[in-house]
Design a protein around this ligand. Sequence first.
Ligand SMILES: C[S@@+](CC[C@H](N)C(=O)[O-])C[C@H]1O[C@@H](n2cnc3c(N)ncnc32)[C@H](O)[C@@H]1O
Length: 219
Amino acid sequence: MELRKTSSEKDIEKAYSRLSYVYGGFENFFEGKLRNRSLDLFNVKSGDKVLEIGFGTGYNLVELAKIAGDKGMVYGVDLTQEMINISKKRLDKNNLEKRAKLTKGNAKKLPFKNNLFDKVYISNVLEILSEKDIKRVLNEIKRVLKPKGKICVIDVAKKGYEKSLFMKFYLFLNKNFPSYTSSPIDAEIYLKKSKFKIIKKEIVKIFGFFPMQVVIGRI
Ligand SMILES: C[S@@+](CC[C@H](N)C(=O)[O-])C[C@H]1O[C@@H](n2cnc3c(N)ncnc32)[C@H](O)[C@@H]1O
């Protein structure tokens, strides 16, 4: 039996449609430091072909497109049309529209052929999915990554924080508002189960107390 509290795809899409109007401000204020650190650790290079899954309001896409440069390309898949509209506007504003291709789609069935990407970035998405869907999504990521391709997973850190007041409060929110919160996972365990090799992991504390984890794996 699944102990984590997650929502149906319909409810997730409905929640992120509503959240899309406020999520941008929150995302930038809350996650700027985390984003910069994760991109340093992930070592995205000029010329890379990168996929971001569940890109939300598109801040990461902008940074990824800047780094991948003219010779690279950034692709994005998100379930929610409003997030796609907001991200497109953000890319346009930064004159990066030609370096990014965004698609409405489901991470469980990625609309890409095999062995296409050097890197896949997935931030605050795996932890909103059920156990079964996490496994499916990781298999899809493996399928679309080139041999030796890399994955960067960002999530609320669970391991080592299970008994903290912070985690108790977070799980309380998750229990009562499952569509608007996430159910933290230990991403490393899922990556290993799906046969990724872990190459880097780091905790980044937001505002000194909110522990987020960056885990980087390789096929
Ligand atoms: C919590 S937000 C994360 C946004 C951004 N990545 C960040 O780190 O702030 C989750 C995003 O994933 C998208 N999403 C949720 N389930 C998805 C799925 N199965 N396939 C594709 N996108 C999904 C939602 O629409 C939303 O934009």
